[in-house]
Design a protein around this ligand. Structure first.
Ligand SMILES: [Cu+2]
Length: 105
């Protein structure tokens, strides 16, 4: 029984390592009680003004139980892309998985 439990923990560890880089958070648990917007902090890795996306190396977001990772986010307003300079650290507001606000860290 103890061996089984340890294998389970090991499997979980492998799973989180494998998902450290991904394209969205669809695999994460739904946070039914989460507030409408949540703030995160991250470094801008890339922006795509045409697609309206910002790729961030974001810190863990405790409110959503997200680990740190690098991933692209859609923005609610393409003007937000202008506020995200590649290489800069920003605070960002998320509604679901969409960035609805950006400000300097
Ligand atoms: Cu992420």
């Amino acid at each position: 029984m103890k061996t089984l439990a340890l294998s389970f923990v090991a499997a979980l560890a492998i799973t989180s390592a494998a998902s450290a880089q991904h394209t969205d958070h669809s695999g994460h648990a739904v946070q039914a009680a989460a507030p409408p917007t949540v703030e995160g902090v991250g470094v801008v890795k890339a922006v795509n003004a045409k697609a309206g996306t910002i790729t961030l190396a974001h810190d863990p977001i405790k409110a959503l139980n997200w680990p740190a990772m690098t991933m692209p986010f859609k923005v609610s307003d393409k003007a937000l892309v202008e506020k995200a300079a590649v290489g800069s650290k920003i605070r960002f507001q998320l509604s679901g998985q969409t960035i609805v606000g950006v400000r300097a860290f």
